[in-house]
Design a protein around this ligand. Structure first.
Ligand code: TYD
Length: 136
């Protein structure tokens, strides 16, 4: 059975009178050991980012500000859609999952990844992804 996407609820400490802290202690809430953190911002609303899968990299995606629409297709052909709009939530994206993201104007996306950047880990052609899908 391949790994599947799922929603992660991070602790939310505080209340609306003083504000909130969310936190991820890696070994408690992540299914992998992080090697890299990166963030994206100022993405125009008309742009669809992602459009790739990774051979091995696992990621957790968090909308620390704004709203992010995430569509995921697993290598087994299952489709998942999420609307991320709470800074206390994240989406786990497993390896071999085609994913796309669209952002509200104010969105800041934080990504925790299981590996360093390596272009060879990307599958950037949807046709190539579908061929792999047909071969499982
Ligand atoms: P990419 O992962 O394709 O971004 P998105 O899925 O958001 O569209 O990366 C876009 C470009 O940035 C690509 O040329 C690779 C580069 N990049 C790095 O150099 N290091 C990184 O850690 C990441 C995530 C991307």
């Amino acid at each position: 059975m391949k790994k599947k996407p799922y929603l992660i609820e991070f602790p939310k400490i505080g209340d609306s009178s003083i504000g909130f802290i969310s936190v991820v202690e890696f070994e408690k809430l992540l299914p992998f050991r992080p090697e890299r953190v990166y963030w994206t911002y100022y993405t125009p609303e008309s742009i669809v980012r992602g459009r790739h899968a990774h051979h091995n990299t696992e990621q957790v995606l968090i909308a620390v500000s704004g709203t992010i629409l995430v569509h995921i297709e697993t290598i087994e052909g299952e489709l998942y859609s999420y609307k991320l709009e709470k800074p206390s939530q994240g989406i786990y994206i497993p390896p071999m999952a085609w994913h796309t993201m669209q952002y509200s104007h104010t969105a800041v996306q934080l990504i925790i990844a299981s590996s360093k950047y390596d272009e060879a880990d990307y599958i950037r052609s949807y046709d190539a992804f579908c061929s792999l899908k047909n071969n499982i």
